[in-house]
Design a protein around this ligand. Structure first.
Ligand SMILES: Cc1ncc(COP(=O)(O)O)c(C=O)c1O
Length: 426
């Protein structure tokens, strides 16, 4: 074993065995956290850090016109990817801001009509914490529990609606388990009831076809860095017709973005988001099939070599690049340490002092130990079959070694029913 500095500057422990061709460590397989920027996106952005530095709001000279033109081209590219019109795209600093603007903006604008919001327990914190804040201000929020496979129940959603409901906010696809909600059906129900429908589509846009018309979506949050674009730039789609949705702005200032979001536009970032959307539009279909095939290959290989695994989340309604799997009777932290040359996420989240099991996995009914033993694989545009082979071989090796040290695994193999054991407290 030798410690080496990789070309990304990350120190990793490398085995002395030669690496398969095309595999460089560390391997990035955490594309739900962020995606590497596509070199074509960077190329499109570069002039806007240099000579094309104008402020898109400068109306009286060529520098401003050039920047404005670039922003409007990007707005078209972005709108096209989700079936919207350019005027319905509001630029923000990312999806956290888009979610805040959508939820708080609707809550304030429609306060007289009602004070009830419906969401689900497995949303991203950018939605959950925004809802919690609104609760403190007198709004009522229903947090729908998911079913065991991660899908929400349409019956429960219908039953939760009342005459005070102004907004339903349900994410398109989950960032941990990759489960895709029945968005068009939810949107249809909302429109029948006269309720506004917002979706956090961060993990979905650019990965599978999204169309705000056929999906009956009124507000949609997305962000460039999850689709091979830059960090710090995102957008909120705001429907202008049938119904025309109005928002109370959350940032006041120069009245940019038709008053809905003041602040000088991040021109290079916006150009990058536009380029990223256009590439996704052209390549999404073939790329989705490629990623789904790699994901299924990874899943099958792990399931064949390792017993007592569990796949989390409905696999029929699922993002192509996502696999969330639990390796029962293995301690999650030891597992991650054993695969430290691979970037994936675990089913645990670090809080100040302890490792907390993922609230998403817990909401599906997983026990703390199973949640802790879970790994989220996030395959992306730049992952290869050789990398999937390296990752699966390494994981199999580490899980089997850890299982040899696991008294629980040994007991299960001996036929002992762990649920019937009375453990002594120390
Ligand atoms: C589902 C979901 N919503 C919102 C966000 C926040 O996006 P941003 O990083 O652009 O603020 C993320 C990113 O982790 C996400 O996965």
């Amino acid at each position: 074993m030798s410690n080496e500095m990789s070309n990304t500057g990350v120190v990793i422990t490398e085995s002395s065995a030669p690496l398969p061709e095309g595999v460089h460590l560390p391997i990035y397989m955490d594309n739900h956290a962020t995606t590497p920027m596509d070199p074509r996106v960077l190329e499109a952005m570069l002039p806007y850090f240099g000579t094309k530095f104008g402020n898109a709001a400068s109306r009286n000279h060529a520098f401003g016109w050039e920047a404005e033109q670039a922003v409007e081209k990007a707005r078209e590219q972005i709108a096209k990817l989700i079936g919207a019109t350019a005027k319905e795209i509001i630029f923000t600093s990312g999806a956290t801001e888009s979610n805040n603007l959508a939820i708080k903006g609707i809550a304030e604008m429609y306060r007289e009509r009602g004070n009830h919001i419906i969401t689900q327990a497995t949303e991203h914190k950018a939605v959950l914490d925004t809802c919690k804040k609104l609760e403190k201000q007198g709004y009522r929020v229903t947090y729908l529990p998911p079913q065991a496979d991660g899908l929400i129940s349409m019956d429960e959603l219908r039953a939760a609606m009342d005459e005070k409901t102004i907004l339903v906010t349900i994410m398109y696809a989950n960032n941990e388990i990759g489960v895709i909600q029945p968005i068009a059906e939810i949107g249809k129900l909302c429109h029948e009831k006269g309720v506004i429908f917002h979706t956090d589509a961060v993990q979905t846009v650019g990965k599978i076809p999204v169309n705000v018309q056929t999906d009956n979506i009124d507000l949609l949050s997305f962000t460039a860095h999850k689709l091979y674009g830059p960090k710090g730039v995102g957008a909120l789609y705001v429907r202008r017709r049938n119904p025309r949705v109005q928002l109370t702005e959350q940032i006041n200032g120069g009245g940019h973005e038709r008053g809905m979001r003041s602040g000088t536009l991040n021109v290079p970032g916006i150009v990058g988001m536009g380029a990223a959307c256009e590439i996704a539009m052209n390549e999404m279909e073939a790329e989705g099939k490629r990623q789904a095939a790699l994901r299924d290959y990874l899943k099958a290989k792990l399931e064949k070599a390792i017993d007592y695994t569990q796949v989390n989340g409905n696999m029929e309604h699922h993002l192509p690049g996502n696999l969330n799997m639990s390796f029962v009777y293995v301690e999650g932290e030891s597992l991650l340490m054993g695969i430290n040359d691979i970037a994936v996420s675990s089913g645990s989240a670090c809080t100040s002092a302890t490792l907390e099991p993922s609230y998403v996995l817990k909401a599906l009914g997983l026990g703390d130990d199973v949640a802790h033993s879970s790994i989220r694989f996030g395959l992306g545009r730049f992952n290869t079959k050789a990398e999937v082979d390296y990752v699966s071989d390494k994981l199999i090796d580490v899980v089997l070694k850890l299982r040899e040290l696991s008294p629980l695994y040994e007991m299960v193999k001996e036929g002992i029913d762990l649920t019937k054991i009375e453990w002594a407290a120390h």
